[in-house]
Design a protein. Structure first.
Length: 63
């Protein structure tokens, strides 16, 4: 037996392989609640930024 054959990794079994579907891979990395909060915070943050921008635009027209 050669030295390369001794250090070869063992083949992965079916339980060790990565999830095959995109959703399973996505959920295995991040909890579902975290994703929902992230999307909500991004939406609310952009909505607030639009409101502040709108205040500046409307305030600038009154000068």
């Amino acid at each position: 037996m050669s030295q390369a054959e001794q250090h070869a990794p063992a083949p992965a079994t079916a339980t060790e392989t990565a999830p095959t579907t995109i959703r399973a891979r996505f959920e295995s990395k991040f909890p579902r609640g975290l994703i929902i909060r992230l999307i909500a915070y991004l939406f609310v943050g952009h909505l607030f930024a639009f409101f502040v921008y709108l205040l500046f635009v409307l305030g600038g027209q009154n000068q």
